[in-house]
Design a protein around this ligand. Structure first.
Ligand code: ADP
Ligand code: MG
Length: 328
């Protein structure tokens, strides 16, 4: 089974950033209010994600490292969808097969409680030993690809790998203002983001993640109609070299790159502003699932709206109006 895990790992674990993505998704699912991420050497030496969520019970600890054992899949339909994706419910198993993984967790409020389990490459130590930990979970992944040298060779420079980690962090921190986050690299704290409720607090988070310039010329909007709500920030680029990569679009909390969405945004910008400038935006589309069927691909950032036309028109007209008012 460890071999199967390693094969599966090829799909899940491309680089340190993919490990961060999976561990943070688990931490978000655990329902806590803060997530701390620590990385060394771009993530190649160490990745640690710590949350204050529900924790994993002693008996479930070894199971959480075994394939499919504790997957959240509930229905047959879901299972079929999952089969084609190939790896729901096996992220931890996959990561542990290509690293030295340690899981410490506590479901109780008593910080003296807690349990630890370790897996290293193919040799999993199934023993669960007591280890004090506050309520929540810490997952530590050391020496990624230590036992798969071919894959390790594909890792790029520390700077490049950390760049991917930070971009993953940006998306995740932008997706949940109700969670406090920190990101540390080589013992240096790069982002410290408290829970952000007000627009001012959220804009402070945007400045930390996207730089001071992003909001220099951005406009905050919030428009709702017909079961759809669009809120967030759109930049009004005043110079032609606005960063092309500062484009974040979330649908019901999940980051999405979608042609229909991109088209609606581009059209609105093109109509109102000048040509040849890249829109920059952080936008959140909230869709009432009883009104518009939305189906977000869990890994590929694709989205399928049942009524795409309606979503397109809503996006276009909302942005058109907001940008028009901002320019006037
Ligand atoms: P999946 O998330 O698809 O179920 P994973 O391999 O990522 O599969 O995780 C396996 C299981 O381990 C999860 O279903 C969950 O029960 C448990 N788990 C993992 N990380 C955490 C965490 N940070 N807090 C609580 N439970 C966790
Ligand atoms: Mg998971």
């Amino acid at each position: 089974p460890r071999l199967a895990n390693q094969i599966a790992a090829g799909e899940v674990v491309e680089r340190p950033a993919s490990v961060v993505k999976e561990l943070v998704e688990n931490a978000i699912d655990a329902g806590g209010s803060r997530i701390d991420i620590e990385v060394e050497v771009g993530g190649a030496r160490l990745i640690r994600v710590r949350d204050d969520g529900c924790g994993i019970a002693e008996d479930d600890l070894p199971l959480s490292l075994s394939r499919h054992a504790t997957s959240k899949i509930a229905s047959l339909e879901e299972l079929e969808g999952v089969a084609s994706l190939g790896f729901r419910g096996e992220a931890l198993a996959s990561v542990s097969s290509v690293s030295r993984l340690e899981l410490v967790s506590n479901v109780e409020d008593d910080p003296r409680g807690g349990w630890r389990v370790v897996a290293e490459g193919r040799n999993m130590e199934p023993r669960v030993t007591p280890a004090p930990h506050p309520r929540g979970t810490s997952v530590t992944v050391r020496d990624l690809f230590f036992n798969t040298p071919a894959r390790r060779k594909f890792l790029r420079t520390e700077k490049t790998e950390f760049g991917h980690v930070e971009e993953t962090f940006r998306r995740q921190a932008l997706s949940r203002f109700d969670i406090g986050w920190t990101l540390r690299h080589n013992s240096k704290t790069l982002h410290q983001l408290p829970v952000a409720e007000s627009v001012e607090e959220r804009e402070r988070r945007l400045r930390s993640l996207l730089g001071k310039d992003f909001l220099g010329n951005a406009l905050n909007l919030d428009i709702a109609a017909g079961g759809l709500r669009l809120w967030g920030w759109v930049g009004l680029p005043t110079h032609s070299r606005a960063q092309a990569d500062q484009q974040y679009f979330f649908v019901n909390g999940r980051v999405v790159r979608d042609r229909l969405v991109a088209h609606a945004i581009r059209q609105a910008y093109r109509d109102v502003l000048f040509h040849g400038r890249h829109p920059v935006f952080v936008l959140y589309l909230e869709v009432d699932p009883t009104v518009v069927d939305v189906n977000v691909h869990p890994t590929k950032h694709e989205v399928r709206f049942r009524d795409g036309r309606m979503v397109h028109d809503f996006l276009f007209s909302s942005l058109h109006r907001a940008l028009g008012e901002a320019r006037a």
